[in-house]
Design a protein around this ligand. Structure first.
Ligand SMILES: Nc1ncnc2c1ncn2[C@@H]1O[C@H](COP(=O)(O)OP(=O)(O)OP(=O)(O)O)[C@@H](O)[C@H]1O
Length: 224
């Protein structure tokens, strides 16, 4: 499969009077790191929700990892998302009453396909990823006791465990200063293992870290 994501003639509106997205074409080649930028409110999170199958468009085609999402039931879309998409949220969405190790393991506990891609013991895989992200000293700590930068690394670990082929990151660096932002992007690169990455941000200065850069303003006819 040469394309991880292909969107064609997609139209989406939350209410009929206000179209948010009208995208003739958008392609994410397999294994490439794509940077998508657009100003606040331009529809970046909405687009990610269409690609991850949380929302469905009123018109058009959304193909993800060889599946046409608009033809799948919501249950099948949930399964594809859980098995094949690692998601890094702007606010991390970690579970506050669980430890660091428990948070990292969640996708494998919830989705057998993610667990099945790990050859050995889950506990050891959590520890291996935690070591690479310099979190191993904190594995048994409640996640709320970690700094913001450490919580961000937990969010990376949870997204990549069980090797989902597509990783989506929604403005995960917006609260970081420049040095920590570069550290975050370098760490994400190190643990991607060939996955396709879609990273969205309003901050165009991040573009040099990626293989291709797309502008939502240019792609989206509803914004023109
Ligand atoms: N659930 C919703 N119901 C109605 N309108 C919504 C909903 N979610 C978002 N919108 C509207 O859709 C537009 C696009 O929002 P979206 O969150 O996708 O933009 P964004 O580019 O991700 O913004 P930001 O960078 O600020 O996170 C905005 O005008 C927003 O108010």
């Amino acid at each position: 499969m040469t394309e991880a994501v292909r969107i064609e003639n997609v139209h989406f509106a939350y209410t009929p009077a206000k179209p948010i997205l009208s995208i003739p074409s958008l392609v994410l080649p397999t294994g490439l790191r794509t940077f998508l930028h657009g100003p606040s409110g331009s529809g970046k999170t909405t687009l990610l929700s269409l690609i991850s199958g949380v929302l469905t468009p009123q018109q058009g085609s959304v193909q993800v990892l060889g599946q046409e999402l608009t033809r799948l039931s919501s249950g099948k879309r949930d399964t594809l998302r859980g098995a094949s998409i690692g998601y890094i949220f702007q606010t991390f969405n970690l579970i506050p009453y669980l430890t660091v190790a428990e948070n990292i393991a969640i996708p494998c506990r919830l989705h057998p396909e993610r667990r099945a891609r790990i050859a050995g013991n889950l506990h050891e895989e959590v520890a291996r990823i935690a070591r690479r992200l310099d979190l191993h000293a904190h594995l048994d700590a409640p996640v709320t006791r970690l700094s913001t930068g450490q919580q961000q690394r937990v969010a990376i670990a949870r997204a990549v465990i069980g090797s989902p082929p597509l990783i989506i990151a929604d403005e995960p660096t917006s609260s970081l200063d420049t040095d920590r932002r570069d550290d975050f992007l370098n760490l994400l690169d190190e643990v991607l293992q060939g996955a396709t990455l879609l990273f969205v941000s309003h901050d165009l200065s991040l573009a040099s870290h990626f293989d291709q850069t797309l502008s939502l303003r240019t792609l989206n006819e509803a914004a023109q």
